[in-house]
Design a protein around this ligand. Structure first.
Ligand SMILES: [Ca+2]
Ligand SMILES: [Ca+2]
Length: 81
């Protein structure tokens, strides 16, 4: 059985906006499979931009559902203190 692991961190990746990004890294059996970052276009606003697209739900397409998963993940993480 493979182990999937998500690593989340808050980092300033995109300096063209005024909020820090949430960096999402997906590991499978300790190997990095995918990385993206999620931005908020307004300072203190909601996370609304996924910068590298992925098929998060593994249903064969990259659509709004995949974006929603990453946006919700970033939003939840940003509330975790
Ligand atoms: Ca930023
Ligand atoms: Ca998908």
């Amino acid at each position: 059985m493979t182990t999937k692991e998500l690593r989340l961190s808050i980092e300033e990746v995109d300096v063209t906006n005024t909020s820090p990004e949430v960096v999402v890294e997906v590991y499978q059996d300790n190997m990095l499979q995918f990385a993206t970052f999620v931005s908020a276009s307004k300072k203190g606003g909601a996370y609304d931009t996924v910068n590298v697209k992925t098929d998060a739900d593994d249903d064969g397409d990259m659509d709004e559902e995949d974006e929603t998963i990453l946006l919700e993940l970033a939003t939840a993480f940003s509330r975790f203190k």
